[in-house]
Ligand binder design. Structure first.
Ligand code: CAA
Length: 293
C-alpha cells in the first residue's frame, strides 16, 4: 500500500539529553540536518568529552569522504553543550539517550515535561527496551511522549524504531515519523510498545547465546565472530557487536526483556553480569570480549 508522506513538520530547535555514543550520534545527525541542537550532559565535566566524541565522529565522516570540512565545522557550530536541563525550555523536539535505567529515565521525563513548555513539543526516548507507557506516565502529558530508537553507529545505520504508548497521540507519531525520515534521513519501522521492540527482541537472545557459548567453553569469541561473519555475511560477529553496543547496555536490555517476558533466553548469563560488574563494558572501556587498548 502506498501512503502519501506529508511535508516535514516545522521542527528547528532540538534537544538531546545524554552525550554517550548514542546521544552524541543523534546530536551529530541533527546538526548535519541543519538543526539548532542543545545537548544536555549530567555535569559540567562531561561537556568537553561529549564535544570530543561528536568531533571525532565528524572527523571520521570527513576522512571517509562522507562530509566536507566546512559541513563538519557548520555542524559543530550548531551544537551547544550544557549541563543545565532548563536550557531545553524552547525546544520543539527533545530526545533523551541517558543510561538505560528505568528510574533514571522516569525521573528525567517528569522533569522534561515541566521544562519543555510548548504543548506541541515532542518528548522522545531512545530507549531500546523500556516500554514508552512507563515513561509517558511519569509526565502530565503522555500524549506527547514517543520512542525513537536509533542504532549504533547512529550516523551510519539507517533504522529508527518508532513506538508510541497507548496514550501517545497519533499526530505525535506522525509528526515524529516525518521528522525522522524527511529531516534526519532515516527509515522508520513502527513497533508495538513491548520491551525490546522488534530488533532487540531478536538481537539480544542471539548475543546472549554467543556469550553462553564462550562461557561454556564451546567456542572462543574469535571463532564465533569469524563463523557469523563468513557464514552469514554479518558485518561483525556477535561478541564484537556486544562490545560495540556496550556490555552494560546489553545486560540492561536483557534484564528488561526478561522482566517483561520471563523467558530464560532473555536472562543475562553470569559471565556477562560479572564482566559488567568488573567494569569490562566493551569498546568504551577498551576491554570486553576483546581488548581495544
Ligand atoms: N559518518 C558517516 N558515515 C560513516 C561514518 C561516520 N562517522 N563512519 C563510517 N561511515 C561509513 C563509511 O564511509 C562506510 O560507508 P560506505 O560503505 O558507503 O563506504 C560505512 O559507514 C562503513 O564504515 P567503515 O567501512 O569504516 O567500517 P566497517 O565496514 O568496518 O563497518 C560498522 C563498521 C558500520 C560498525 C559495521 O561493522 C556494522 O554495520 N556493524 C554492525 C552494527 C550493528 O549491528 N549495529 C546495531 C547495534 S544494535 C543497536 O544499536 C541498538 C540497541 O539498542 C542495542
Amino acid at each position: 500500500m502506498t501512503t502519501t508522506v506529508p511535508s516535514a513538520p516545522d521542527i528547528h530547535r532540538v534537544g538531546v539529553v545524554g552525550c554517550g555514543q548514542m546521544g552524541a550520534g543523534i546530536a551529530e545527525i541533527c546538526a548535519k540536518a541543519g538543526l539548532d541542537v542543545t545537548v544536555v550532559v549530567s555535569r559540567p565535566e562531561s561537556i568537553a568529552p561529549g564535544r570530543r566524541r561528536i568531533e571525532a565522529s565528524l572527523d571520521r565522516a570527513v576522512a571517509k569522504g562522507k562530509l566536507a570540512a566546512d559541513e563538519r565545522d557548520a555542524a559543530l557550530a550548531a551544537i551547544t553543550l550544557t549541563s543545565d536541563l532548563d536550557e531545553l525550555a524552547d525546544r520543539q523536539f527533545v530526545v533523551e539517550s541517558v543510561r538505560e535505567d528505568e528510574s533514571t529515565k522516569v525521573e528525567l521525563f517528569a522533569r522534561l515535561d515541566s521544562i519543555v513548555k510548548d504543548p506541541e513539543a515532542i518528548l522522545a526516548s531512545n530507549t531500546s527496551s523500556i516500554p514508552i507507557m512507563r515513561l509517558g506516565r511519569s509526565t502530565g502529558s503522555p500524549q506527547r511522549v514517543v520512542g525513537v530508537h536509533f542504532f549504533s553507529p547512529v550516523p551510519v545505520l539507517p533504522l529508527v524504531e518508532l513506538t508510541g504508548s497507548l496514550l501517545t497521540d497519533d499526530d505525535v507519531r506522525d509528526r515524529t515519523e516525518r521528522f525522522v525520515t524527511e529531516v534526519l534521513g532515516k527509515q522508520v519501522v513502527r513497533t508495538e510498545d513491548r520491551a525490546g521492540f522488534v530488533v532487540n527482541a531478536l538481537l539480544i537472545p542471539y548475543l546472549l547465546a554467543a556469550v553462553r557459548m564462550v562461557e561454556s567453553g564451546f567456542a572462543t569469541p574469535e571463532v564465533i565472530d569469524r563463523a557469523m561473519q563468513l557464514g552469514c555475511s554479518h558485518p561483525m560477529g556477535p561478541l564484537r557487536l556486544a562490545d560495540l553496543i556496550g556490555l552494560d547496555v546489553v545486560a540492561s536490555i536483557a534484564d528488561s526483556l526478561y522482566e517483561e517476558f520471563k523467558e530464560p533466553l532473555y536472562a543475562p548469563p553470569s559471565l556477562l553480569v560479572r564482566m559488567v560488574e568488573g567494569g569490562m563494558l566493551g569498546r568504551k572501556t577498551a576491554h570486553g570480549f576483546y581488548s581495544y587498548a
